[in-house]
Design a protein around this ligand. Structure first.
Ligand code: NAG
Ligand code: NAG
Length: 604
């Protein structure tokens, strides 16, 4: 601790005169002795391997103010770890550390580009310990989540973080030198990479469950021949075990066939309508296909979901998903999304999910609610946009909350959009004022979708409005992007989990193609894709899609279109258990945001 304080002082400019009186290792924040300088025992709650070869392993834990990392890296040279705005080096908040002659060193730096990151004016990383064991370098260090130095250090939030890493088998050259660039580090060469991680994931993904009555069941595909096309949704119905009394599902875990880590994009399990025995087909069938058994459409209330990059989900101690009672499903439909952009043929898959369930039931039954935009071709996203927002509303809650006679508490969220998605957020609005978020990721990554625990739980009361917004970036596209199931089509959904359970499963907004078409001077078009135009007469041989694709899109045009859509009417669309009813409604205004009185950062 003392060494680091000294370092801070030294680099603050006016106090640098002290430098000559202090040994070099203190200038660099050296830690000489692992045992004595470390006050905590480790007890890390999170872990990730940053490179596929397992050479850079990161352990971490956090509290409300700080995060402590321990990097285990297969090198005896320096290691680099950074937080990047986008996965590249430019603009990244970086630390570089190493161990030399039994002493550990760390430097807090900032990368301005693809060259050696310079030293920050303020050294805000606290080195706790470090050693080398012949093959590996291990460094433990701590920093604030909300930095005081907002110019050179990045804030760590609950959003998806692009973590960058590097190492080199040499320690820095002239490692004791403190110049403007700090000790000079050699180029890391190919020992570098980036990984998306939700550092502040509240639910330690590998939590063990201490329950000796725990039972498991596996829901998997049975050797499905994955079609040689980019997007396949494969469905299969399965019978849940017959239980003599109520059980709670308490944990789900992915079972991914080795080698299929990028092929299996997501798995969604839907409950089938109570009392219904859906046709059971050997090996399953393509979902949403005209030949799919019609009864499968009665399996549409989501039970649980897993998507690529996720570790699985453990329910909080006081909640479980009910199984085995008359109100619970006997059958489920499992939907596998296979993402096969290279159109590989002949691949067979048996991936799926493992359920952990127990007769030791918990206090509350969990429910799942799917909120956002109806995934259909009426969801229009213009090309060439740096940032385009789609807004949706959940209007359907009130009757259910009235019937329940109490608020619901949301304990988990899984934001979901596709490749063009850059942010997903659900605002909880009470009396026109933004209260909090029911799940939010401002730096969403399609390849990392995890169920995120909300802590504290978010209370949703009668009269509350949920607004789900998705932001898309389409600068690399020349044609319009439409809502749909494929990865190049878009979605805007938040799967929220809450208790006590109500009978609503989807609360959607459906966009109106005719409202959107008026932006282009089209006043009447057919409601079905590709929306042939009826009026005006000079456009009758074209479709709305043609006109959108011919439009001279720019950022400004995209923004104007966004406002046009935001100011029109939309359809509200709820699925309680089966009935679909659409209602055309005016969109509520954006909520007012309470004054942010946290401009000064506490503790700085
Ligand atoms: C050195 O440290 C690494 C990382 O902690 C560990 O995996 C490895 O087993 C250690 N090697 C020895 C010889 O202790
Ligand atoms: C539309 O196409 C039909 C048949 O090709 C043609 O007769 C008609 O003139 C076209 N109308 C317009 C407005 O271009």
């Amino acid at each position: 601790m003392r060494e680091v304080c000294t370092l801070l002082l030294l680099l603050c400019g006016s106090t640098c005169l002290l430098a000559s009186a202090i040994p070099k290792e203190e200038i660099l924040g050296a830690v000489r002795d692992f045992q004595h300088s470390s006050h905590d025992a480790g007890d890390f709650t999170h872990q990730a391997s940053l490179d596929v070869l397992g050479r850079f392993n990161l352990l971490w834990k956090f509290d409300s103010e700080t995060i402590t990392f321990e990097a285990h890296v297969q090198t005896t040279g320096y290691i680099g770890l950074g937080l990047s705005p986008n996965g590249g080096m430019e603009g990244s908040d970086v630390i570089i550390g190493w161990v030399k002659d039994g002493q550990a060193f760390i430097t807090d730096r900032f990368a301005e580009g693809y060259f050696e990151p310079r030293l920050d004016a303020h050294q805000d990383v606290e080195l706790l310990s470090g050693y080398e064991n012949g093959t590996h370098t291990v460094l433990r260090f701590r920093r604030r989540l909300r930095p005081c130095d907002t110019a050179e250090d990045r804030e760590i939030t609950e959003d998806t973080q692009r973590v960058i890493w590097s190492f080199n088998d040499h320690d820095p050259v002239d490692h004791g030198h403190v110049g403007q660039n700090g000790p000079h580090v050699l180029y890391h060469g190919r020992n570098r990479g980036t990984k998306s991680i939700i550092l502040l994931q509240k639910n330690p993904p590998s939590l063990d469950i201490q329950d000796s009555n725990i039972l498991t069941m596996e829901l998997t595909s049975q050797n499905v021949l994955v079609p040689a096309k980019e997007t396949t949704y494969w469905c299969n119905t399965l019978r849940l075990p017959t239980l003599d009394r109520k059980h709670h599902l308490v944990k789900i875990e992915p079972i991914i066939q080795p080698g299929h880590e990028s092929l299996v994009h997501h798995v969604v399990v839907y409950q089938c309508k109570l009392g219904q025995v859906p046709p059971m087909l050997d090996g399953g069938h393509e979902c949403y296909h005209p030949n799919m058994p019609e009864e499968w459409n009665l399996c549409k209330s989501i039970m649980t979901a897993w998507a690529i990059g996720g570790q699985g989900f453990t329910y909080p101690d006081h909640v479980g998903f009910s199984l085995g009672t008359d109100d619970d499903p006997d059958y489920v439909m499992m939907e596998m999304h296979y993402d096969n952009p290279k159109r590989i043929s002949g691949e067979r898959d048996s991936s799926g999910l493992r359920f952990y369930y127990t007769p030791n039931v918990r206090q509350y039954d969990a429910g799942v609610l799917d909120i956002g935009v109806n995934s259909a071709t009426t969801h229009v996203i213009p090309p060439g946009a740096e940032s385009f927002d789609t807004t949706s509303f959940c209007f359907g809650l009130d009757p259910y909350l009235q019937e329940l006679g109490q608020p619901i508490k949301v304990f988990a969220s899984m934001p979901h959009s596709h490749l063009a998605g850059t942010a997903v957020r659900t605002k909880l609005v009470r009396n026109g004022v933004l209260q909090s978020y029911v799940g939010r990721d401002e730096t969403y990554d399609f390849d990392l979708q995890e169920i995120r625990l909300l802590d504290p739980e978010v209370v949703v009361k009668e009269g509350d409005l949920l607004i789900t917004e998705c932001t898309y970036k389409t600068t690399d596209r020349t044609q319009v992007t439409l809502g749909g199931l494929g990865s190049r089509e878009e979605m805007c959904i938040n799967f929220i989990q809450y208790y006590p359970r109500i009978k609503l499963s989807r609360c959607y907004t459906a966009l109106d193609i005719n409202q959107q078409a008026t932006f282009f001077g089209i006043y009447y078009a057919h409601w079905e894709y590709p929306f042939p135009i009826y009026y005006p007469a000079n456009l009758v041989n074209q479709t709305v899609i043609d006109v959108i694709n011919q439009h001279p899109w720019t950022n400004e045009e995209a923004e104007r279109f966004e406002q046009h859509v935001r100011n029109g009417q939309v359809y509200s669309y709820n699925i309680p258990d089966e009935a679909n009813d659409y209602q055309l409604i005016d969109q509520p205004a954006d909520p007012t945001v309470p004054d942010d009185n946290s401009v000064s950062i506490p503790g700085c």
